[in-house]
Ligand binder design. Sequence first.
Ligand SMILES: [Zn+2]
Length: 246
Amino acid sequence: MILFKKFLTTLIAAAAVFTFCTLAIAVNEFNQLDNELSQIDNDIRSLASKVRLMEEAVRDAEEVAIQKALEFAPQGKSIYQLRGDAQTEAQRLLDKLTDKHELPRYQLSGIRFRPSLRDSAAGTVSGCEAENGIFVMSLNEILFLRNYEEFMHMIIPHEVAHIVSCLQGGFEIEEGESDTDAAHGEEWKQVMLDIGFKEPEKYVTHHLDMAPVHEYDLDLARRLDEAFKRGDEDVSEERVLMFHVH
Ligand SMILES: [Zn+2]
């Protein structure tokens, strides 16, 4: 009987130790999992915070550049009226040319205004193979506001000529010729002549002052860098706040 009691006590003790160990392991694993989840949570917050701050940086840099550029634009008009002028002029020219060549009328979709375009371009038009036949015209807004007259009389006609040459059937790309050269080939030059430009080859590239656009690009890069670094700070502040609330 005593032997049995001893056996039973040992068994219970062993069970207790086993349970304790199992529990300890479980608690440890649970803690580890909790730590990992906290880390993931922190990473996501950090990423979200970076994205939010970088979006703000883009908006701020754009606002500063556009406000500065507006000082050079014709006074007494809002930015919406100025953008509308570009849209109206592009459509007027397009209507005149399609009419002249007896092409169906083409309604231009809204012009996109960007503070900076690729390759220092003042304006661009999506290629002739544009999806669903929709041509998208983009204009560099910093340059547009600072050089309103040049845009109305030179840049917009240049871009409209691209659209009309597409509507007339596109352009040939000769062997070894770059896309840009082909786009400003005979077909485009002919439309420019139709508009009234005597020497179209002089209007292939612009000579506008790019300094304000470069200034914007630099300012944006600096702001983005700052926002990216600040992303982590923001999260640690949020975390401190969270612990206090709990
Ligand atoms: Zn062009």
